[in-house]
Design a protein around this ligand. Structure first.
Ligand code: FE2
Length: 209
């Protein structure tokens, strides 16, 4: 499949994989089932918000958003396994995450598969990346929608940023300083996305029904 994609790209034809192709790629890469389920819920969240952007007069490439949302955590398992294997502690993880974070690994994977258009979104979707490039400098609305849609998925359903971070503070006590900054940035992303979509957070709770 990758060679067909590369052949199309050399002819200048853009290649954004369909939902079916994305799901096949996730399976081929042995992505854990719980991560695949998370990616499906994030895609549902992202498409809901993307459609609201459009209804509110702001263009969004839904095909690009759908594919990036489905594939955004394709390398999450690799990140977890590398950290485990290297037996890293808190500060070392923060340092290392800049090179082996799943956003960066995912960016390379997208390029390897010939999905160049998805690479930037996958790289930038992570909370860690919020500290490297704050929200408004991010290139596309699709990236911010994906970052927000991802952060909303807590324990299998749409939840508040506050609850998401409460969980992270408890689970990653070494990272509390970083998490505080990420939380602040995430609230800015939330404000930007909800305003542009013309919705309030409570509208997103309908997705849990
Ligand atoms: Fe995710």
């Amino acid at each position: 499949m990758a060679s067909r994609v590369l052949a199309l790209q050399s002819q200048g034809i853009s290649m954004i994989p369909s939902r079916e192709e994305c799901l096949r790629v996730l399976k081929e890469h042995h992505v854990w089932d719980n991560i695949i389920e998370h990616c499906k819920r994030v895609t549902r969240n992202a498409l809901f918000i993307g459609n609201k952007f459009i209804e509110n007069g702001h263009p969004v490439d839904l095909k690009l958003l759908e594919a990036a949302a489905l594939l955004h955590d394709i390398c999450k398992k690799d990140e977890i396994e590398i950290i485990r294997k290297l037996n890293l502690d808190g500060p070392q993880i923060i340092e290392k995450i800049r090179s082996i974070g799943h956003g960066y690994l995912g960016e390379s994977k997208m390029k390897e598969l010939g999905y160049d258009e998805l690479a930037d979104l996958v790289k930038k979707h992570t909370m860690q990346y919020l500290l490297e490039e704050p929200e408004l400098k991010r290139s596309r609305d699709e990236t911010l929608i994906l970052t927000y849609a991802d952060s909303l998925d807590v324990e299998g359903k749409v939840n508040t940023i506050e609850n998401a971070f409460k969980r992270y503070y408890k689970r990653y006590p070494h990272f509390n300083e970083c998490l505080e900054q990420e939380e602040k940035e995430m609230y800015k992303v939330e404000k930007y996305v909800l305003e542009k979509a013309g919705i309030i957070f409570e509208d997103l709770l309908k997705l849990n029904e």
